[in-house]
Design a protein around this ligand. Structure first.
Ligand SMILES: *Cc1c(COP(=O)(O)O)cnc(C)c1O
Length: 345
């Protein structure tokens, strides 16, 4: 199988970690593994005095946790809805009855930052909720711009970096991000099942709300002191996280990003050769979103018959190819040939 869907192809030895007997987790060994995980993650995301909470759940669990514990504690939110993931922020605000204003950004477009500045000035929110990379289209937003607007108006910045962490350049300290979230099945190139919430030093000072029992920040932070989670963690997944983070630190963040970018640029050149249009104004390195020209209705299933997975979407003719995980130019060539063959039928 060749997968260009998240999390991409994973090294055999990392897969094997979860194919063993499961060690007990209420032990000094597991506590120290989690403490090391936290330290390595903070280093990779450039957050010096923060904390990382580990939740067993998918990425949306982290979004849910942040809205119910953090945003709800601060008050009015401002949401960037640039696609299905941005839309999820506003659905969560509705769900937790948090007052919010939403700025809708058209499919695959960048934000109009002048308009954003005006709207934030008028709206006077307390907290800003956005994506770094809107994975539904491939569009990467400019966090420097967003961050300076938030700083100007004293708005706390929360960023979903689920699909940009380890793919695109990012530093929580430099950008003044208060809360960031990610999950295991994207940049970490691991099985799905764990969501990570990064809290900066300033976010740790907030008096969190308590309306989410499983995802309660205070309870999780208290347990984190001893390297534990309040409830059963996905033990072997956190062992895989540990192995992945050690490797990532050895490789170095710049090299990881450069490697993903190289694959993305290689595939985009092929898209251009085949007139597969890429709509994102400013594409993330994480994925390439592109339109095929023919046979879009059978593309996904016919590729699947060849043992290849790409990601379909709600937009007709639009597909996404992830550049995370094991992938080289030869494999991308094979993918291109397979798509061409199906288009030519
Ligand atoms: C994948 C993703 C999520 C979370 O999706 P889950 O299916 O809950 O893991 C959230 N935001 C973005 C930007 C994503 O790419």
């Amino acid at each position: 199988m060749q997968t260009y869907a998240f999390p991409g192809n994973i090294e055999e030895d990392i897969l094997q970690i979860s194919a063993q007997q499961i060690p007990y987790m209420r032990t000094a060994w597991f506590s120290s593994l989690m403490k090391e995980n936290e330290k390595m993650l903070l280093q990779l995301i450039g957050c010096t005095e923060g904390r990382v909470m580990f939740f067993t759940g998918s990425g949306t669990g982290a979004m849910d946790a942040v809205v119910s514990n953090y945003a709800k504690a601060l008050g009015k939110a401002f949401v960037i809805d640039g696609g299905s993931f941005g839309h999820r922020w506003s659905q969560l605000c509705d769900y937790y009855e948090l007052e919010h204003e939403t700025m809708v950004v058209p499919f695959a477009h960048d934000i109009d930052y002048d308009e954003l500045d005006r709207r934030v000035a008028e709206s006077k929110p307390k907290v800003f909720l956005c994506q770094h990379h809107e994975t539904s289209s491939g569009q990467l937003f400019d966090l420097k711009h967003i961050s300076s607007i938030c700083k100007n108006y004293g708005v706390s910045l929360v960023v979903d970096v689920i699909s940009s962490f380890l793919s695109d350049e990012l530093s929580m300290d430099e950008l003044g991000i208060d809360v960031a979230i990610t999950s295991t099945q994207k940049g970490l190139n691991l099985p799905p099942g764990a969501a990570l919430v990064f809290l900066s030093k300033s976010a740790l000072g907030v008096d969190f709300c308590h309306n989410n029992y499983y995802f309660d920040f205070q309870d999780n932070l208290k347990n984190l002191e001893r390297g534990q989670t309040p409830f059963s963690p996905a033990t072997t997944l956190f062992m895989q996280v540990h192995e992945r983070l050690e490797r990532n630190l050895r490789i170095g963040i710049e090299n990881i990003i450069a490697n993903t970018r190289r694959k993305a640029l290689y595939f985009r050149a092929k898209c251009q050769e085949n007139a597969w249009q890429i709509p994102a104004e400013c594409p993330s390195n994480a994925i390439t979103g592109f339109f095929v020209n023919r046979n879009a209705d059978i593309m996904f299933t016919e590729l699947q018959k060849k043992g290849i997975f790409i990601m379909p979407s709600g937009t007709p003719g639009f597909f996404r190819v992830s550049h995370m995980g094991i992938q080289d130019e030869t494999e991308l060539d094979e993918l291109v040939e397979a798509i061409k063959e199906i288009e030519a039928r």
